[in-house]
Design a protein around this ligand. Structure first.
Ligand SMILES: C[S@@+](CC[C@H](N)C(=O)[O-])C[C@H]1O[C@@H](n2cnc3c(N)ncnc32)[C@H](O)[C@@H]1O
Length: 363
């Protein structure tokens, strides 16, 4: 077997392409390096700040990395795939014939996602990427290299275009990557919600809670506390699920929410407020130092004041990755020491800006 042919006969892929929010490339690079190192695969990142992606070169098999590292454990990575070396300087009159040969060596897939960096420049390339991807998928299917759209396949193919001349092609395991193009969940802003922040909580539920569990975990007249609630975008989502909400904020809540009869407004400090009895949900969107928010979230968890929580950690300008790691490690350490069973996850959601969203389930 030649040295660059992988276990299943595929060409050994040495690159992982990781997509992230523009400006978070360093966090994305630090994260993949840490995870690869944990499975004893060395590598190094290449990226430009604000490019919206990181290319990670591994000294090993990129396909192995993206199968062994759980995609859902990554915070800053929206989407990923193992890829062939960059296609640069593609001839505009016949891009397909350059792409088709190398692509035939990839694991077999039944779909091709057209993707671009989520930046102003990147989005301009999306129509081109879409057209090229559909022409490529059609030709690959005619050649028997790609399966029909509805066929079962373990892999999906990605075409990630930087321009009409420069692009990356690769594959991701369907069960260990995002099924959404560019890993972006697009949600329609509900006109009746009092603020755009509402989309952060809705996206958080989509990411952290399987749809089949929504009615059991969110519905049925549950109780909730919303810390830093005004004007009420998150409270609106809780009310929409039928919850009875205590909204804590010194600022004013939208009248429309108060009229539902499901909301009690407490003009209090989120860092001192305690519920009279445990609630099902606590959510927190207070803008404060991550360490201070983390400490208060721990108070809630250790005192058993709620069963499930979603909270945002607003990230400082510097050492963002370190700050996130410290906060999450502290929560894990304190809960383990207290003998509390929990599940903790975190994600830099599409609707998050300089912040990440955390989800903690206490059992
Ligand atoms: C980003 S806004 C929340 C937006 C809200 N989630 C929504 O969807 O409309 C942050 C809120 O936290 C509140 N806040 C900041 N510090 C607070 C504190 N110590 N106690 C209570 N509320 C606080 C602010 O008044 C502000 O309304």
């Amino acid at each position: 077997m030649s040295s660059d042919i992988g276990k299943e006969g595929h060409k050994l892929l040495k690159y992982i392409l990781l997509q992230c929010r523009g400006g978070f490339e360093a966090e994305c690079a630090a994260e993949i390096a840490e995870h690869c190192s944990a499975i004893e695969i060395a590598g190094f990142p290449r990226f430009e700040v604000n490019s919206g992606y990181v290319l990670y070169e591994v000294f090993g098999d990129a396909l192995e990395c993206i199968q062994r590292i759980p995609f859902r454990s990554l915070i800053f990575v929206r989407q990923w795939f193992a890829c062939l070396p960059v296609f640069d300087d593609l001839p505009s009159h016949d891009r397909l014939s350059v792409l088709l040969g190398p692509v035939a060596d990839l694991p077999v897939s039944a779909e091709l996602l057209a993707e671009v960096p989520d930046t102003t420049d990147g989005r301009e390339v999306l129509p081109f990427a879409g057209k090229l991807a559909s022409a490529m998928a059609q030709t690959l299917r005619q050649q028997g290299v790609m399966l029909p759209r509805k066929a079962r396949a373990d892999w999906r193919m990605h075409l990630f275009a930087l321009s009409g001349k420069k692009l990356f092609v690769g594959v991701s395991p369907k069960r260990n990557s995002s099924n959404l193009e560019m890993g972006i969940r697009r949600l329609k802003f509900p006109g009746a919600a009092p603020s755009r922040s509402t989309l952060k909580l809705e996206e958080a539920w989509h990411w952290f809670i399987p749809q089949a569990e929504w009615s059991e975990r969110l519905g049925g007249g549950k109780t909730a506390v919303d810390l830093g609630a005004a004007p009420g975008g998150w409270t609106w989502q809780l009310v929409k699920q039928g919850m009875f909400v205590t909204s804590v904020d010194n600022g004013p809540m939208a009248e429309s929410l108060m009229d539902t009869g499901q909301v009690t407004h407490e003009k209090a400090d989120a860092f001192h407020f305690q519920p009279a009895k445990p609630v099902d949900w606590m959510v927190c969107d207070v803008a404060d130092k991550p360490a201070r928010v983390t400490s208060r979230m721990l108070d809630w968890a250790l005192n058993g004041w709620c069963h499930e929580m979603i909270f945002n950690l607003k990230l400082p300008m510097k050492k963002r990755y370190q700050e996130v790691r410290q906060s999450l490690a502290l929560i894990e350490q304190e809960l383990q020491e207290a003998g509390i069973s929990y599940r903790l996850s975190a994600r830099h959601l599409y609707h998050d800006r300089e912040e990440i969203t955390c989800h903690l389930v206490l059992r």
